[in-house]
Design a protein around this ligand. Structure first.
Ligand code: BES
Ligand code: ZN
Length: 634
């Protein structure tokens, strides 16, 4: 009874305004923690059907079987609901779920209805359950074989070649293809799961594994997981396959297929140090363990910040830890994104921009100022290039921007967000800024946030006077397009040597002999800035002297292939073909198809030929992105 009273008063309190319990939600010993919701107009999520002010999910309990033959998860989702006394129904999100039946906590059948599916944008359909006075519902269901969050890999698509593999990708609104809940970043839920899988597969999730797996005696094992902290549902994630674990530090470790594990473990060897550096900066790591899984190369992103289990692409492994900004980034999300979460996707910069800034601070602490400044300079170049392309007035270049505009990529949400915080830091001073950011995470822990809330908090807790407010130009940064003139530019010295090498090469085709002594960031800067139009002879000379087509670093290889294909360089075609067959990361795959496509009668047949072979191996995210480039969307 008390639980309901507490929960109800919370619902009402948070409905009245944005006053929320200071510790991030109500928590009493033995009771699940419930986070507040935000109810202002700026926190209304257009991507969900849920009406959280009427009825909302506070806890999800999954009991699911992984069916690799039919590419389905099947089972039951048990939801705890917090609702207004007069709420007779709850609306959930579904995209393609096959609902078998719905019951209340006592097992009585409940009426339910799947509405019309919106074809655009992946919003799916509302699942409305008539619950009467019930505040617990059990949904028996199966995911569809083409559920976009899930990629089912055949044994041939894994490194080991012997066992199938499954992984999920929830952000932004894909989890509604395998979990019937309210799929909105502002509606936090605790969760638990029991997952059965065929032996000898191991299962990991973005929750803490409970004990040893239970042998069910039928060739399957059951794994149990708990996430007792309320998280936005896009952070519920699963992976299953022939995977092993290697410890790094006392609370850090990495999972991967056996044949990848040693390389993976070596690459992420600095992770425990990174966690320590992050805690030193912005307060305790609140999630217990920090483990990672290095997935098969079809994982569509570089990384995904699934709590206690970051998901990583294997393509970041270069052998020299040079792409470990990725690990710093996903780790930083344990504060920005997972602790304090954008309430709506229009405020993604609160997740990604703040994280990109935090990432750079971790890189500085662990790898030093020089590397951090170089990575910041690459980030700044991305802003400049993008603004030059789309224009300073394009509405999508405000940090807070609509999600249905043209795809601008990472330059605004990530890089402009990063440089916003860097600018505030440079004006307020590091000490004062760090104290502010730390209190932001502490005071909004396990809660959603909006741009307006961020602005209000800076005005209340950071800005000292009118003069400073004017100097900071916070509203311009957050709500106006373009780049404010007070931006704290990167140190031009960061790439002084590379930039003069670029000039020398542009003037006289002299290839820098020092290239092989350069950092990865320096090499990327060089390749990104040399003249875009190159003859076959020039490309061949670059490749011969710099070993571009044989590099172990996929970031460099990608830049080489992009440059070469843009110049219709035939020897790069088989290299690109191999790369596109090996790698499914959208950041690499989409632009390469884009370049081929823009090379008209030369490139389009090549793009079509390659894509016909590689498309089936890509995750739905990457497939969708390339389909759009090749005009294959219906
Ligand atoms: N949360 C993102 C990945 C993401 C973004 C998934 C938007 C779905 C929608 C993740 O933290 C990320 O930013 N990954 C980057 C890493 C990079 C910036 C270091 C990536 O995948 O490239
Ligand atoms: Zn991120």
């Amino acid at each position: 009874m008390r639980r309901i009273a507490t929960a109800l008063s919370l619902l009402l309190a948070s409905t009245a305004c944005t006053t929320v319990p200071s510790e991030g939600g109500s928590m009493r010993a033995g009771e699940p923690m419930v986070s507040p919701i935000l109810t202002g107009a700026d926190a209304v999520d257009s991507m969900t059907y849920a009406q959280p002010q009427v009825a909302r999910v506070t806890h999800v309990d999954l009991d699911l079987a992984l069916d690799f033959d039919r590419k389905r998860v099947t089972g039951v989702a048990n939801l705890d609901i917090l609702a207004r006394p007069d709420a007779g129904a709850i609306v959930l999100d579904s995209n393609g779920l096959e609902i078998v039946g719905v019951r209340d906590g006592a097992g009585n059948p409940l009426a339910w209805k799947l509405g019309d599916t919106v074809s655009e944008g992946g919003k799916g359909a509302p699942l409305t359950i008539t619950m009467g006075n019930a505040r617990e519902v059990q949904i028996q269901y199966a995911s569809a074989p083409d559920a976009e969050a899930l990629q089912w890999l055949t044994p041939e698509q894994t490194a080991g070649g012997e066992y199938p593999y499954l992984f999920s990708q929830g952000q932004a609104i894909l989890n509604r293809t395998w979990i019937p809940t309210q799929d909105s970043p502002g509606i936090r839920q605790t969760w638990a799961a029991r997952i059965t899988a065929p032996k000898p597969l191991d299962v990991v999730m973005s929750g803490v594994r409970q004990g040893e797996p239970e042998d069910l005696g039928n060739g399957r094992r059951a794994f149990r997981f708990v996430m007792d902290k309320p998280v936005p549902p896009y952070l519920i994630a699963i992976a299953a396959g022939d995977i092993d674990f290697a410890a790094i530090g006392p609370r850090t470790g990495v999972w991967a297929e056996p044949s990848t594990l040693a390389r993976a473990r070596a690459e992420v060897g600095d992770t425990e140090e990174m966690v320590e550096a992050a805690e030193e900066l912005y307060g305790d790591y609140r999630w217990g363990r920090y483990d990672m899984i290095v997935l098969p190369p079809s994982f569509p992103y570089g990384g995904m910040e699934n709590p206690v289990m970051t998901f990583l692409t294997p393509t970041f492994i270069a052998g020299d830890r040079s792409n470990n900004g990725l690990v710093a980034h996903e780790l930083a999300h344990s504060w920005s994104g997972n602790l304090v979460t954008n309430a709506v996707w229009e405020d993604s910069w609160l997740n990604e921009g703040v994280t990109s800034y935090f990432e750079n601070r971790i890189v500085e602490a662990v790898y030093g100022k020089k590397r951090a400044e170089q990575e910041a300079a690459l980030s700044f170049a991305n802003i400049e290039e993008t603004l030059a392309e789309v224009g300073m007035n394009a509405p999508g270049t405000a940090l807070h921007h609509s999600t249905d505009g043209a795809e601008i990529g990472s330059a605004i949400t990530y890089d402009k967000g990063h440089f916003f915080l860097r600018t505030v830091e440079s004006i307020a001073g590091r000490e004062r800024f760090d104290a502010w950011l730390r209190q932001w995470f502490d005071n909004h822990a396990f809660q959603p946030a909006t741009s307006q809330l961020f602005y209000d908090d800076m005005m209340a807790n950071l800005v000292r006077n009118d003069a400073e407010a004017e100097q900071l130009a916070l509203r311009e940064w957050i709500f106006q397009p373009g780049l404010p003139s007070n931006v704290a530019r990167p140190d031009p010295a960061a790439f002084a040597e590379v930039d003069s090498a670029v000039q020398a090469y542009a003037a006289s085709s002299s290839i820098p002999v020092v290239y092989n002594g350069w950092t990865s960031a320096e090499r990327m800067r060089f390749l990104d800035n040399i003249p875009k139009e190159r003859s076959a002879a020039q490309l061949s000379e670059l490749d011969r002297q710099l070993g571009l087509s044989t590099t172990q670093n996929n970031e460099i290889l990608f830049l080489w292939l992009e440059l070469a294909l843009a110049n219709r360089y035939e020897p790069a075609v088989p290299q690109a073909e191999q790369f596109l067959a090996r790698v499914g990361r959208a950041k690499f795959v989409r632009p390469l198809f884009q370049v081929l496509w823009s090379e008209g009668e030369w490139g389009r047949p090549i793009a079509k030929r390659i894509y016909a072979k590689t498309r089936p191996s890509y995750h739905a995210v990457t497939r969708g992105a390339v389909d759009r480039v090749l005009g294959m969307t219906s």
